[in-house]
Design a protein around this ligand. Structure first.
Ligand code: NAP
Length: 241
C-alpha cells in the first residue's frame, strides 16, 4: 500500500477512533457497511438488519452512524445526537463486527450522506468498498438527496424492508433517475419493529423487553427519554420494564 495512504488510514483511525482499520492488504477487497439512520432509538430490527447485511453481503464490518441533524427532519423533534449515539454504542457493544461512530453526530450542520461517504472515501484506500444500509422508505427518496450522484458513485446501497413492504415506489424512483445506483434490497422480518413503536410504548409506560437491548432500555429510563418521568425520590430510575 502507498505509505501516504497508510498514513491517511492511520489518521482516520487515530483521529476517528471509532472507524475500523480496513484496506491494509492491497490484494484484498474489503467491504464496509455503513448503517445510516436516526436511531431514535435503536432497536432489534436495526440490529438484525445489520447482521443480515453483514452475512448476505459478506461485509467485513458494519459501522452504525447515527445522523447528527437528519436532513429531512428539520422542524421535527429528534432526541439529542449524544443520546442517540450513546444508545447505539450500547446496543452494538457486544457484537465484534459492529462499531458505532460519532462522525455525523459531531459534525456541524445538517447531515448529508454524500458528505459522509466522501469523507470515508478520502481516508480509505480504493480496495475498500462502501455499502450504505438504510430503510427502504429512505431509499425511495435517495435520488432527491443532496449530491445523490456522489452517493451512487461512491457506495452500493442496501435497502432493508419488512416482509410485505411494497418496493414499487423505491424501484421506480431509482429506475427513473439517470443515476447509476446499485441497490440491494434485504427483507428483514424483525423490521416489523420501529423506533416510533418503541417511543409510543415508553410514553404509555409499556415494556421494551425483547424489542431493544436491555442496556438501551436502561439508558432511556436513566435519562428520562421519550416521556419517562423521574422517580419520586429524585434519583434516576434504571428499572428494566
Ligand atoms: P427515516 O425517514 O427516519 O426512516 C425511514 C424508514 O426507514 C423508517 O421506517 C425507519 O425505521 C427505517 N430505517 C431508518 N434507518 C434504518 C436502518 N439503518 N435500517 C433499517 N431501517 C431503517 O430515515 P432517517 O433515519 O432519517 O434516515 C436514514 C438515513 O438516510 C440516515 O443515514 C440519514 O442521514 C440518511 N438521509 C440522508 C439524506 C441526505 O443526505 N439528504 C436525506 C435523508 C436521509 P425506524 O424509524 O425504526 O428507524
Amino acid at each position: 500500500m502507498d505509505p501516504n495512504m497508510a498514513l491517511r488510514v492511520a489518521e482516520g483511525v487515530v483521529l476517528r477512533g471509532d472507524l475500523p482499520l480496513l484496506g491494509q492488504d492491497p490484494s484484498v477487497t474489503y467491504r464496509m457497511g455503513i448503517m445510516g439512520g436516526t436511531f431514535d432509538p435503536i432497536h432489534n430490527g436495526h440490529l438484525v438488519a445489520a447482521e443480515q447485511a453483514f452475512d448476505d453481503l459478506q461485509l467485513d464490518v458494519v459501522v452504525f452512524m447515527p445522523a447528527g441533524r437528519p436532513a429531512f427532519k428539520q422542524g421535527k423533534k429528534v432526541t439529542a445526537g449524544e443520546d442517540r449515539y450513546a444508545m447505539t454504542l450500547l446496543a452494538t457493544s457486544d457484537n465484534p463486527h459492529f462499531l458505532a461512530s460519532r462522525f455525523e453526530v459531531d459534525r456541524e450542520g445538517i447531515t448529508y450522506t454524500a458528505e459522509t461517504l466522501e469523507f470515508l472515501q478520502g481516508i480509505y484506500p480504493s480496495n475498500v468498498e462502501f455499502y450504505f444500509i438504510t430503510g427502504a422508505d429512505a431509499i425511495a427518496e435517495i435520488v432527491t438527496w443532496r449530491d445523490a450522484h456522489k452517493i451512487a458513485r461512491i457506495a452500493h446501497v442496501v435497502g432493508a424492508t419488512r416482509p410485505g413492504y411494497d418496493l414499487a415506489h423505491a424501484r421506480q424512483a431509482i429506475a427513473e433517475s439517470s443515476l447509476p445506483f446499485d441497490v440491494t434490497y434485504l427483507e428483514v422480518p424483525a423490521l416489523a419493529i420501529s423506533s416510533s413503536y418503541l417511543r409510543e410504548r415508553v410514553e404509555a409506560g409499556q415494556s421494551l423487553r425483547y424489542l431493544t437491548p436491555d442496556q438501551v432500555t436502561g439508558y432511556i429510563h436513566k435519562h428520562h427519554l421519550y416521556g419517562v418521568q423521574p422517580s419520586r425520590y429524585g434519583s434516576t430510575d434504571v428499572r428494566i420494564q
